[in-house]
Design a protein around this ligand. Structure first.
Ligand SMILES: [Zn+2]
Length: 216
């Protein structure tokens, strides 16, 4: 096993409880009970047949959807190879599902991740998808999700350049509020030799077209 090149500190703006809290509002008040209160508060009867198991299901679902909370996504990136490859590595169309932290509604779409290795330091392609999943499984905003993926690559692989492009639809925009169904939001974090001023950035964008053409 090779030592990681450098340790990575989780972002300061994350507040990471390591385990799912099942007791909230003090001892004895579980998340299941809180969901029952929520159902009552919206005018439902939590005792009716269709809702009887809902608090248990919602609790299990939230544990799954926030399983990345408190985890360092860089830990997904073991350095598996040292190769003489000097080109850019691009993994495109990695699907993701996350929860918007403002409304607790899903936002989802795809991520394109590219990096330009330094000193032949390369990770497994599936590891990039694992980083995407790790940062998705917590309450998020798209901008931070994009930056955290790039940060994980930068910290662990120390590449010459990183590019992360995210295209997503937010249900909080589609289902409520402005009801902008079909709108996609594009965010890009690109640094080093893949930064926006670099020729490699232009060729990446050409390969990813029409990504980034709409909404920018
Ligand atoms: Zn939202």
């Amino acid at each position: 096993m090779q030592e990681p090149l450098m340790s990575h500190q989780p972002d300061r703006d994350e507040s990471p409880p390591p385990v799912m809290q099942t007791e909230v509002n003090g001892p004895g008040v579980t998340l299941e009970a809180t969901v029952r209160h929520l159902l009552t508060a919206i005018g439902e009867d939590p005792g009716r047949e269709g809702l009887r198991d809902t608090p248990r299901r919602v609790t299990a679902m939230l544990a799954e959807l926030t399983a990345g909370l408190g985890r360092d996504p860089a830990d997904e990136l073991s350095i598996e190879f040292r190769e003489s490859y000097t080109g850019v590595i691009l993994v495109r169309d990695i699907p993701f599902y996350s929860l918007c932290e403002h409304h607790l509604l899903p936002f989802f779409g795809s991520v394109h991740v590219a990096y330009h290795p330094a000193d032949g330091v390369i990770t497994g392609l599936s590891k990039l998808a694992r980083v995407v999943t790790s940062v998705s499984r917590r309450l998020q905003v798209q901008e931070r999700l994009t930056r955290q993926i790039a940060e994980a690559l930068r910290c662990r692989l120390r590449p010459q350049g990183v590019f992360v492009g995210v295209q997503a639809e937010h249900l909080c925009m589609a289902m409520r509020g402005v009801k902008m169904n079909g709108t996609t939001t594009v965010t890009i974090e690109a640094t080093g030799t893949l930064g926006a001023e670099q020729p490699r950035y232009q060729s990446l964008m050409a390969q990813l077209a029409p990504f980034g053409r709409q909404g920018l």
